[in-house]
Design a protein around this ligand. Structure first.
Ligand SMILES: [Zn+2]
Ligand SMILES: [Zn+2]
Length: 176
C-alpha cells in the first residue's frame, strides 16, 4: 500500500486535485483509531500531517481499510485547508456521503487480552492487556474496607493467556 499514490488518486477523484500533498506517514503505535489528522501551521509554513495506523495492514482487506482511512482524514484536511471547522461537522459528513465513504473509521485495533488476574477473596476475574502492578479488587475493597486498598483483596496473576491459551475460554463470551 502506498500512501502517496492513494492520496493522489483520491485527491483527483474527490477533490479535483485541489489538495497539496500533506506529510503522509504510517504510525506503528496508533491503536485507538485507524488514522489521524494534524493541522499544519500556516504562520510557520508547516504542512499538515495525515497518519495511518500500520496495524491496518494486518487486517483482512487491508487496502480497503487504508484507503478509507486516508479518505476520512483527507476530509478533515480539506476542511482545514479551506479554513472551515475541521472536526466531524455536518459539512464533514456531507462530503463523506458524496465520496461514498463509510461513516466511521474502520476497525480500531483492540489488542487481545494477555493476562487474567483474580481477586484472592471473591475470585472475580479481571482481564488485562499488560501486566498489572499491585492492585486490589475494587468490589471487595468497597465492601470490606471502606473503599481503601486492602492487601487481602490483592489481585494475583491467575493465567498467562500466551502460555495458557486454553484459559481464554474463561472470558470467551467477550469478543476480543
Ligand atoms: Zn475523523
Ligand atoms: Zn474481590
Amino acid at each position: 500500500m502506498n500512501l502517496i499514490s492513494t492520496f493522489d488518486e483520491l485527491n483527483q477523484r474527490h477533490f479535483d486535485g485541489f489538495l497539496e500533498r500533506p506529510v503522509l506517514r504510517w504510525n506503528a503505535r496508533l491503536r485507538t483509531s485507524s488514522g489521524r489528522f494534524f493541522p499544519g501551521s500556516r504562520a510557520r509554513g508547516l504542512p499538515a500531517t495525515i497518519e495511518v495506523a500500520s496495524y491496518l495492514l494486518e487486517e483482512n482487506e487491508a487496502d480497503i481499510h487504508v484507503r478509507e482511512t486516508i479518505a476520512h482524514e483527507m476530509i478533515h484536511y480539506w476542511l482545514w485547508v479551506r479554513r472551515r471547522p475541521y472536526g466531524h461537522t455536518e459539512e464533514f459528513y456531507d462530503k463523506m456521503q458524496l465520496m461514498g465513504a463509510r461513516r466511521y473509521n474502520p476497525v480500531p485495533r483492540k489488542r487481545p487480552y494477555k493476562y487474567l488476574y483474580q481477586c484472592s477473596h471473591c475470585e472475580t476475574i479481571f482481564k488485562a492487556r499488560r501486566r498489572l502492578g499491585p492492585l486490589a479488587c475494587a468490589k471487595c475493597c468497597r465492601s470490606f474496607s471502606g473503599g481503601r486498598y486492602d492487601e487481602r483483596f490483592k489481585l494475583f496473576l491467575a493465567y498467562d493467556l500466551v502460555k495458557q491459551p486454553e484459559a481464554r475460554r474463561l472470558i470467551e463470551e467477550e469478543p476480543q
